[in-house]
Write a protein that binds this ligand. Sequence first.
Ligand SMILES: [Zn+2]
Length: 256
Amino acid sequence: MNKIKKNKAGKLVFADNLPRGLKIPKDAVGQRILNEYGAIFAAQGGATPPNKIVFKNETQVSTFQKNIETTSEFIGGFELELQTPAMEKLKAAINEAEQSDLTITPRGADSAKRTYAETVKLWASRVDPGLKHWVEMGRLSATEVAEVRALSQFEQVPKIFEMESKGMFFSKDLSKTIIYSVAPPGTSQHLSMLAFDASEHENPQAREILARHGWVQTVVSDLPHFTFLGAAESEFNNLGLKKVIDGGRVFWLPDL
Ligand SMILES: [Zn+2]
């Protein structure tokens, strides 16, 4: 997103500034995914946003990951890989935190880069127990479960959303939508290596330090998750993002 396009009123339009070849999806699931995870397409500061709204398979992910400059570092006992500008700013935030006797550390080994296979495995780790539960509750038949299982992981997404619209939820505690527990396969910002899950996400000071270095929250359903947008928050309105306050936290979402 190098050349920023504005409409006649001089306002930047999110949809007009997606990476080349990307358009706002027409289907409800695609729109929901863009709304949920799409702030990443406004990333600046030398970051390369993903070239797809949904990566369909491992080849698409690994091709994207191979063609961008990345850096690996040991942080908090884990080896993490991110796009180089995102890693540099994360290290700067960690250094700034140290000066205030704070830490910023990853939640686990999968807190930065993920592969397509890892996102598929995470998705299945919620779908499988959910299906089992709703069969036990008498809400789903064995035939319906077999139909879901016959679909590719990504084809399962609209099916799961449809079941959730009928009150059969798939989050870890089965009380909320699955996206509170896991991103649909191929949609995770971790695939683009511009995401970091911080242990200290509940500390407002840690969030402020991360934000000063371009790392902000963009996914309302995922509290430990930070996205590298590589710009100051004062610039975000001008990048087609809108500010949303939820649970006392600031999130930046696509202004669709
Ligand atoms: Zn995350």
